[in-house]
Design a protein around this ligand. Sequence first.
Ligand SMILES: [Cu+2]
Length: 508
Amino acid sequence: MSLRFSRRQFLAGGLSLTGVCLAGPAWSNTARPSLPIPPLADGTNGEPLDLTIRTGLWSFKPGVMTPTLGINQDYLGPTIRTRRNKELNLNYHNTLTEGVSVHGHGLHVPGNVDGGPQLEMAPGERWQPTLSIMQPAATCWYHSHTHGKTGTQTYRGLAGMMIIDDDEAVSKELPNRYGLDDLPVIIQDRTFDAAGRLVYSLEQAGEDGWFGDTAVINGALSPVAEVPAGKVRLRILNGANARFYILAFADNRTFHKIASDGGLLEAPVPMTTMEMSPGERCEIIVDLSEDTSAELLTFFEDDIDEEGEGIVSGLVGLLTGPGQSAAPASLLLKVARTLVAHTVPVPERLTTIERPDASEIRKTREFVLEMDHGEDDRSHAGNTGGHGTHAGDGAMTINGAVMDMSVINERVERGVWERWRIRSDQGAHPFHVHGCSFLVEQMEGAAVTPDQAGWKDTVVLDDDDWSEFVVRFDHLAGDDFPYMYHCHILEHEDQGMMGQFTVTDTTG
Ligand SMILES: [Cu+2]
C-alpha cells in the first residue's frame, strides 16, 4: 500500500507546465485580501523580545472570526530578526491554560535553549532563553514543540518566522526591505467547519498526517501583495502540518532559488517548479521589472498524479473560474510602479560551502522511519534494529522505537563529522534534526540536485532508497536537554516518530 506515489516516478514524470498558461489571475482581484505581513520583532540589539503566547480570533474568511492561537497577535507570531554574532534574548510568556514549548527550528544553539519538549512552559510560566547566534544568514522559524501537542498547537497558530542576517548576505545586495521586496510567505493548509472554526484531530488524521482542505498564506486565502517593479525576494516556509506543496508561477516563469533551510546556496538556481515538504524553507528571487503581476500557485503534491497531469488539470480548473475544487491557492504579486524597485542583479556567486573530505567522516548512523501496521503486517517492514521503547500497534517509530522522553536514543560527539542515512518502510517523510545544518549527499537514492546542495535541516526520504547527509554538531546538548530528530509531519511526530540524542565532548 503506497500512500504517496513513488516520488521518483513523480520526478521522472516531470513537472513541466510548458504549454499550459493562464490568461489572467486565478481569482477576481476584488475578492482577494492583502497578504498579512507579520510585524518585525528586531532582536539585533540584544534587548529582550516579549513573546506572549495567547488565544486569539483571526479572520481567515471574510466576516468569519476563527478561534486561534498566536504569539503577540491573534494568529502566528512576529517575524523575529537577529544577526550572526549577536545575542538574541527572548521572553516567552505562556498565557494559555495548557503547557507549551517553543523550538527555534534551524537554529544552531545548545540543547538547553533549543525549545524541545523538555522545556515546556506550564500555564502562566515564562521562558527567557539567551541565544548566541553563530550561524550564517538564514530563514528559520519557531513553532510549538510541545510533547504530543505539536500538531494541534502549530495548526492553531503557534508558529512564526525568524530571519538571521549576516555581513556576507547583506554584501550581496539581495532585496532585503522587509514587507516590501523581502516578503515572508508562510504556507499552511487548514480545514474549517460550518461555523468557521478550525477542524483538527490527531486521532482522526490519516496515515499521511492531517491535511487541511484550504491553503492559507500568512493566514489569508489567496492574498495579494503590492511589490515594486524589480526583484522581489520571497522567504517561503512550508508551515503545514503534513502537506507537501509544489510551487510554480501561473505563467510558468523562471525564478531563482537563492537559499535553502540553512542559508544561501553557492549560486542561484533557476527553477520553474519547486517542491517543499513540511518544515522546509526556500528563498527565491522573482524579477517583476517587466511585469504588472505574477501569481505564485500552491499545488497540493498529493493532488498530482504520477504523470504530473494533476498540475495541468489544476490549471485548466482555474481557467473555468474560481471555486473549482482543483484550483490551487495562490499569492498574487501586483506591481506598484510608485514603489522604489530593487534592480541590482542577483550575484552569480552567493557563498562558499565547505564540504568535509570523505576521510573526515568518522561515523555512520542509520535511521528507518516506520509506520507500524501491527504484527501481521511487519514482514515487509525492513530493518528495525533499534533500541528504546518498543512500538505498539499503530505507533510511528524510528529504528523500532517510539519517542520516549526518558530514553536517549543516540549519543553524538561534538565537532565530529558523521554521515546519517535515513529511509522509511512506507511513503515520504521530511526528516528534521535539531541543533545543526547538514549537507545532503543523496536524496532517495539519487544524487543531490543543485537546489538541494546547500545547508539544510530537513530532508525528504522515502521507501525507495536512502537519503543521506553529512553533519557536524558544534553545540552541546546533555541528557537533561537533548536534541530531537524527527519526522516533520507533525502527526507522525506526535505519534512517536521522533528520537532524542545528546551532543557531548566525550561519548564514552
Ligand atoms: Cu513521517
